[in-house]
Design a binder for this molecule. Structure first.
Ligand code: KG4
Ligand code: ZN
Length: 357
């Protein structure tokens, strides 16, 4: 079973082909990240316009890479999977309309995919002949505890099987990746904030500044907006200003060391928070395996902390499959087809920007 996966929920236009949920045949990602960097975050209109430009070439390349010798690669494709939410409305629309059109034209079943759940499915990919991928040797087993951490989402989910899961907790405000991005902006590091904070943190002292950990009513829920504000207040104090000092003028007043120390102190609390809750869930639910998914799963400090502290080895997929991609959507589509999930109506599938798990 070969599924074409299409993903356009944010700023990446992505398509991939996956066989049987485990073999990665192609994975093509065109990002409009550079176009957004100047604004310090994703600009929805720019993202949507850039999806329109990239969607056809990206799908074509995914098909030709997967089946380089096929006269018509579509003969090899058994179904189409597409992200229909959550995400930016205009961006989602481009992928969903492309997928609906192809499903009708090529007469293939169409699977509507929840982007957040799909992040976890990237971990089921265990083989590929594509160059430069490091994939886990074995797929996750159930019950699977999944820490999904990205720019839009922060959730702990317990999967009993592919489509039977419980959301144990989620963020009540900012996602952890969003906090990395916002803190980076305050202290003057480039967008996206995740990679630039973790790089600056390497030379910083994680104990330099005391920052708070949020206490939540549901112990598996998260909150990162207080931590972000605490970084803002600390940075204002460090440069000798009050809480009313404009945040966009802070960065230029920080020394390199102060910037690195703020980055390291913030990252330590963010990583500790994720670690604490994953550890607690692990104790309470005794999962057979743990996966970490989403853009923030690329964070080295999070990876080492989990590796050291968790009682089970954590499955990590390739860095390229942590951030948004079509392969996770295609993998989800394969399991949906294999588990008898009803395909969507290609004439009416709509986007759901606020879709939850
Ligand atoms: O999964 P993703 O590509 O998109 C969403 O679905 O949101 O995640 C993007 C997020 C951004 O907030 C980015 O700053 C963060 O992942 N990120 C990281 C790292 N690399 C990317 N956060 C922390 N450390 C990293 N190394
Ligand atoms: Zn994502």
């Amino acid at each position: 079973m070969n599924i074409l996966g299409i993903e356009t929920s944010c700023d990446e236009t992505a398509a991939a082909v996956v066989r049987d949920g485990s073999e990665l045949l192609s994975n093509v990602v065109a990002s409009s990240l550079d176009l957004h960097a100047a604004y310090g975050g994703v600009v929805p209109e720019i993202a949507a316009r850039s999806h329109i430009e990239y969607i056809t070439p990206v799908i074509d390349e995914a098909l030709s890479t997967a089946f380089p010798t096929a006269e018509d690669p579509w003969r090899e494709i058994d179904g189409i999977a597409v992200t229909y939410g959550p995400g930016l409305g205009g961006s989602l629309l481009v992928g969903v309309l492309a997928a609906r059109t192809l499903a009708i034209l090529k007469d293939r079943p169409l699977y509507a995919v929840n982007h957040v759940a799909a992040h976890a499915f990237a971990n089921f990919l265990t083989s590929t002949s594509l160059p430069n991928y490091t994939l886990p040797a074995n797929p996750p087993t159930f019950p699977m505890l999944s820490l999904i951490v990205s720019g839009g989402h922060t959730q702990l989910v317990l999967f009993r099987s592919h489509f039977d899961y419980n959301v144990l907790g989620q963020t009540n405000d900012d996602a952890v990746g969003e906090a990395f991005d916002k803190v980076a902006k305050i202290i003057g590091l480039p967008y996206p904030g995740g990679p630039s904070i973790s790089k600056a943190a390497e030379s910083g002292d994680p104990a330099a500044y005391k920052l708070p950990k949020a206490r939540m009513e549901n112990k598996y829920d998260f909150s990162f907006s207080g931590l972000k504000t605490a970084v803002l207040r600390t940075a204002q104090a460090v440069i000798g200003e009050s809480f009313s000092f404009p945040s966009h003028q802070i960065a230029e007043r920080l020394t390199g060391t102060q910037r690195e120390d703020l980055a390291a102190s913030f990252q330590r609390v963010a990583v500790d928070t994720l670690l604490d809750k994953t550890l607690q869930a692990c104790e309470e639910f005794a999962p057979a395996c743990i996966v970490v998914a989403g853009g923030v799963a690329a964070n080295q400090s999070l990876r080492s902390a989990l590796k050291e502290q968790l009682p089970l080895p954590v499955n990590y997929t390739d860095f390229k499959l942590c951030t948004d991609n079509g392969a996770m959507i295609a993998a989800y589509g394969c399991f949906a087809a294999a588990n008898g999930v009803e395909p969507s109506n290609a004439y009416s599938l709509d986007v759901e920007p606020s879709l939850s798990m």
